[in-house]
Design a protein around this ligand. Structure first.
Ligand code: H2B
Length: 95
């Protein structure tokens, strides 16, 4: 699916659309903490499957029970509708 850059109105609505996320250095940013590594990696596995299905992939980092996620669209050089869609799916995969 071709990524569509977010409009200024969509960017202005991000805090209400995605209250768990901030925009840091132009990327959607969320930090999560889990009970242990197994829970964190289980979450990452679910996100990986969602990302593959969406053909849109996170920049992320895992340290034991912590997962740091940054979303941006390399093809457009900024935030797109695919970042919004992936962030919404990720929010639904946090258990
Ligand atoms: C061909 C393939 O769908 C593209 O290269 C996709 C893959 N995953 C991607 N992920 C992200 N975050 N940005 C992209 O521009 C991107 N492009």
């Amino acid at each position: 699916m071709a990524a569509k850059p977010l409009t200024p109105a969509q960017i202005a609505a991000l805090p209400t659309e995605l209250p768990q996320w901030t925009v840091r250095e132009g990327k959607l940013h969320r930090e999560l903490r889990f009970a242990d590594f197994s829970a964190a990696f289980g979450f990452m596995t679910r996100v990986a499957l969602a990302a593959e299905a969406l053909e849109h992939h996170p920049e992320w980092c895992n340290v034991w029970n912590r997962v740091t996620i940054n979303l941006t669209t390399h093809d457009t050089g900024g935030l797109s509708d695919l970042d919004l869609a992936l962030a919404q799916q990720i929010d639904g995969l946090v258990s």
